[in-house]
Design a protein around this ligand. Sequence first.
Ligand code: ARG
Length: 453
Amino acid sequence: MTLWGGRFGDDPDASVWAFTASPTDRRLLAVDVAGSIAHATALGSAGILPPDEVGEILAGLDSIVTEVQSGEFDFNETDEDVHTAVERRLGELIGPVAGKLHTGRSRNDQIALDIRLYLLESVARLEAGITGFAGVLVDVAERVGEMIVPSYTHLQQAQAVPFAHHLLAHAWTVLRDLQRFGDLRTRLAVSPLGASAGGGSRLPLQPAAAAAELGLQAVFVNSLDAVSSRDQATEYAWCCTQTFVDLSRLAEEIVLWSSSEFGWITLADRHSTGSSALPHKKNPDPAELTRGKAASAVGRLAALLSMMKGLPLSYNRDMQEDKEHLFSLGDDLEGALGAMSALVEGAEFHPMAPAGNVTALDLAEVLVERGVPFREAHEAVGRLVAARHGQGATLLGVDLDDLTAVHDAFQAGDESLTDPVESVRARRSPGGGSFESTNEQIAHLREELRGRP
Ligand code: ARG
């Protein structure tokens, strides 16, 4: 069935029908019916349809809601899209008055509304997923206590830091992802219903009444913008993709950490997979697939942006292609958040101690405290590192003679600065990798996450 037979002499060609019909949008069924209920109610309050007809339409839509909830709603292969399926079913239930539901409405404002309602629900689930994942990171940061690891730049060991500091860096990152979804919510919660085909209507539609029915806070101001814009959808795609990229960076670290070479982490058996060929293998597949699906997310975001960039106002059928990308982005991200939360929560952490040169900056900074210019201190400690390297050693185990050989401002007792644990204990710059800082961060993050979904 189509909603547009009148001006056509022929039925659609089978190949064109197969190419243009949109079974993908069946996931919008529940929100599409909710939009129709709001629209019919608003037609009634505007006096465009009489109360008895509105009553019949609403009763029919209520029956459809029941069918949707019980999984009994049947689509026909001949339904062009979800909107057509609902109108067809309404006609079967209540007869010709069903033909009045589409008064003052177009599938252009209808689909724009459906996407917004669907994405609002998806955002709520993703926010819960991110909140849960951030909570796991904070729990694990607390659990690892005073374990110390090297921080890295260029994947070379840099400074000693609490392992909690590293884990919490990821928690702060995903907290920003969470905040971005929250910001997006205000732009999604704007009703386009009442924009009609794009130019409005000669009927006295009441878009604000329909929006209020739906619990949306705002209404479109420009009807062309209402049916044309998909920036809320691409923003959702970006929020998902950015979150995926952030998860993927931790996933990459987990893959590294679980290697024999690093040996920092043991994944629970239930969160790992085996090899069909190599009996000893235990693979970090959930982390690898998070990394892999992040690539798909980047591709889907690029596809959505590319789809939109050449479209004249207002609605264009190209926009139908957004569904597949939006649905997959949400599904994949929900899946990744669940799997990564389980993986991190169930893992055992036993990171290796930092190598012996991670305290080089401490040695330079103690000279700075004694008035030596940083550049000169850097040079002196660099020479010491080179000399030790020549002896097959690191800064661990240097004695006072080694120190004073490169700079006379070194004093007895400075040897202890080469202990990575001492390095962390002496760190005092705000937000730096110290135990005081990680304790504060844990409390701060718990506060940020409290009361969220
Ligand atoms: N299925 C379309 C979409 O997803 C909505 C229908 C609008 N079609 C139309 N011919 N105006 O974008």
